[in-house]
Design a protein around this ligand. Structure first.
Ligand SMILES: [Zn+2]
Ligand SMILES: [Zn+2]
Length: 269
């Protein structure tokens, strides 16, 4: 009985899904619960499109839906996915603390103002240098900003690398910086997210790579959160069948669900 603790609705600029369609799909799939984590990416470059969140409506709407549609066997929680970059840390922390969110996902979507999702961001760059820079940005962001519970899709930028040998090798060539990121998470008691949307984006593993998940465990990390990062109902809990063996191979027997910003551990089954 899984939870999916990373999903979007039409409060996010890149999703058209109504919250109720997401809820109904999660119930049909037999999940134990879900957390809405719509995007808040302050100061996201305007040329990529609109990524602001209607905060006045966001928390009250999801909270009301949660009260109305949660049952004894199905819990709906309200979280947020905050996109991190220099210059927005204080404003983001203020928002995160203004509302009683259950769960805060910290994400890095930008490399020095460039989103690797767009092909133009890779022009005239060495892919491996650009990807190393991605990890440096992640480390800089989480060193300054600590108001999050889990670190999302740690090797996110690799999804968009063209060369599959680079795309599917996100640990060994960058070991030093990745170890620094993971050690920081362990020291600060932060979770590492397993985001299965990597598998829908042509990767041979979820984000992050199995070597990174194993390393987090070796370094003492015990908090894993899971999410499919669905932006439409059919993607909720996508590829979750993959997770029990994957996580057990990495050393984990449990995953965490955050409520009121505190983790509860559930068996992987
Ligand atoms: Zn994200
Ligand atoms: Zn997301």
């Amino acid at each position: 009985m899984f939870w999916d603790n990373h999903m979007h609705s039409n409060f996010s600029g890149d999703s058209d899904a109504t919250p109720i369609d997401m809820i109904n799909s999660a119930k049909e799939k037999g999940l134990r619960g879900i957390t809405f984590t719509d995007h808040l990416d302050l100061d996201y470059p305007a040329e990529y499109g609109f990524f602001d969140l209607d905060l006045e409506k966001y928390y009250p709407t999801h909270h009301q839906l949660a009260q109305k549609h949660s049952t004894e066997n199905f819990t709906i929680l309200t979280g947020i996915e905050v996109g991190l970059q220099p210059g927005i840390f204080d404003a983001t922390a203020n928002i995160v603390n203004k509302y009683p969110f259950d769960f805060v996902i910290g994400s890095t979507h930008l490399i020095d103002k460039l989103d690797p999702y767009f092909e133009s961001s890779w022009e005239n760059k060495s892919p491996s240098d650009f990807l190393k820079r991605y990890y440096e940005c992640v480390l800089e962001n989480i060193t300054v900003f600590s108001d999050f519970d889990t670190l999302a899709h740690l090797d996110y930028a690799f999804r968009y690398a063209k060369d599959s040998s680079i795309k599917n090798n996100s640990y060994a060539p960058y070991k030093d910086i990745v170890d620094e990121i993971l050690s920081h998470l362990v020291k600060k008691d932060k979770a590492l997210e397993i985001n299965t949307s990597g598998l829908r984006k042509g990767m041979t593993y979820p984000n992050p790579h199995k070597d990174i998940v194993k390393r987090y465990f070796q370094l003492g990390g015990r908090l894993i959160t899971i999410g499919a990062d669905a932006h439409k109902p059919e993607d909720i809990a996508a590829d979750f069948d993959y997770l029990p063996d994957f996580l057990k191979d990495c050393g984990f027997n449990e995953f965490a669900v955050y409520k009121n910003r505190k983790p509860t551990l559930y068996p992987l089954g």
